[in-house]
Write a protein that binds this ligand. Structure first.
Ligand SMILES: *Cc1c(COP(=O)(O)O)cnc(C)c1O
Ligand SMILES: [Zn+2]
Length: 444
């Protein structure tokens, strides 16, 4: 048994009810609020900030099970109750923190970074949380708890991660997808990994309702980010990016938000580092939403005094096409703690921003496009000091969204007249035609 301990606690401070991490529970039984994982901070405080840094740095990117994974390299802070032999890991995290120097210089800034969370096993940051959740399921099974399957509703990436981790552990997975609203690459991932793929004639919010109903009546374990075990893995994004800066804290972090688990996770990672003395300041956090699915933005505009779910409209950023985000309360709390800003991006803005930055060497997914477009908007508004260190969280790999990329360059997307389209030039197989074209385009 680890000397470190963690448990679920109700986020409603007046309630404060706690539950064990291996209990099958997603909301507080007393007041129905969201739960969060709380760690035994007294125990964690027995190491100094410097000792924690040395421990994490010593494990980073090594091949020693399970600590080479950048999630499990921080196991004491993430989920100490899982025995190493029950960890289901595919070497999460340790993703490139890309210095976007050409992009930055184009707009007069020098310290712009893109955290490439999509360079991972299933191509999105969802792997960071899913490794924790599926490992806890495996631990529960090895403790003789009856869990016949794990299920999630998904806008595409959660189901890919769940299916892969469950396949790796030999646990049945059920995924609920909104029909025709996920990309082909997203759809084929759970199919390939042998999940039961249920393609429902509804949107994400409809799938979410269905999976909650099914999992509350059967003994099936729910893997959506309402399950706060996932947040513990995802919070390593902020820990890892400080680690990559030699424990320097950026001034701003910009992150796209849909169901709003990830923005809460980002904040939680910074807070635990601050609390345990690894860092001395906190960044400002910007949550970026698609204009077509912007309930948090609308609430922000009213000072977070009220929140109303919306009917999410179709957006190219399909993974954040969510009108009724489960983690709304956590997200608002986080944004209040981090001088948060919420801004939105239109379809055209997100597509152009993704394509513009692609020209400097990245290959951005549409959600990263939302974050980049919001960055550009705030930059035009002079919100940043030119010297600011700014991190944009890239949430998925662009290769999962080739329909979006091709559609853009072929000028075939609704609502988008592309500014940076780069069409392939079709030529006869003739030398002169080839060199003429090169002359015209490059050598002129
Ligand atoms: C899930 C996801 C998001 C949104 O994260 P939330 O926690 O739902 O806010 C953004 N981008 C991509 C690519 C995703 O898969
Ligand atoms: Zn409660």
């Amino acid at each position: 048994m680890s000397e470190y301990r963690a448990w679920f606690s109700c986020i409603n401070e007046e309630c404060g009810e706690t539950y064990q991490l291996d209990e099958i529970i997603y909301r507080c039984k007393k007041c129905n609020n969201l739960l969060e994982v709380v760690h035994d901070m007294e125990q964690l405080r027995k190491k100094s900030g410097t000792e924690w840094k040395e421990l994490f740095d010593g494990r980073y990117r090594k091949q020693v099970w399970p600590h080479g994974s950048s999630v499990w390299g921080k196991k004491e802070w993430v989920c100490p109750m899982v025995e190493d032999e029950n960890i289901v890991s595919m070497y999460e995290g340790a993703t490139n923190l890309f210095w976007a120097d050409r992009f930055g210089k184009n707009i007069g800034m020098n310290d712009i970074w893109i955290k490439m969370c999509g360079n991972s096993h299933t191509g999105s940051f969802k792997d960071l949380g899913m490794t924790v959740l599926v490992s806890v399921v495996k631990q529960m099974q090895s403790d003789n708890k009856e869990i016949p399957a794990v299920a999630c509703a998904s806008t595409g990436d959660t189901s890919a991660a769940l299916a892969a981790y469950c396949a790796s552990a030999g646990i049945p997975a059920i995924v609920f997808l909104p029909r025709d609203k996920v990309s082909i690459a997203q759809l084929v991932q759970p199919i390939s990994n042998g999940a039961l793929v249920l393609s429902l004639d509804t949107d994400f919010d409809g799938c979410m309702e269905m999976v909650q109903k099914v999992t509350s009546e059967k003994n099936i374990y729910l893997a959506n980010s309402i399950n706060s075990l996932r947040i513990e893995g995802q919070k390593t994004i902020s820990i890892e990016l400080c680690q990559q800066f030699d424990w320097e804290v950026p001034d701003w972090v910009i992150i796209p938000g849909g169901n709003l688990g990830n923005v809460s996770a980002l904040g939680k990672g910074f807070l635990i580092m601050y609390d345990l003395g690894l860092i001395k300041k906190l960044p400002k956090i910007v949550c970026a939403q698609a204009e077509n699915a912007n309930p948090l933005y609308l609430s922000y505009k009213k000072g977070f005094e009220e929140f109303h779910p919306v009917k999410a409209k179709k957006t190219l950023a399909n993974a954040i096409q969510i009108g009724n985000p489960v983690s709304i309360n956590k997200a608002i709390r986080t944004l209040k703690q981090f001088e948060g800003i919420v801004e939105q991006a239109s379809e055209k803005e997100l597509a152009d921003a993704a394509a513009m930055v692609d020209r400097t060497g990245t290959f951005n997914c549409p959600h990263t496009g939302v974050a980049l477009a919001v960055f550009l908007k705030l930059q035009k508004r002079n919100m940043f000091n030119p010297k600011d260190k700014i991190v944009v969280i890239s949430t998925a790999h662009g290769l999962k969204f080739v329909e979006f990329k091709i559609g853009y360059h072929k000028s075939e997307l609704d609502e988008v007249l592309p500014r940076y389209a780069n069409k392939p030039i079709e030529l006869p197989n003739e030398y002169n035609a080839v060199v003429d074209t090169i002359d015209k385009n490059i050598l002129r």
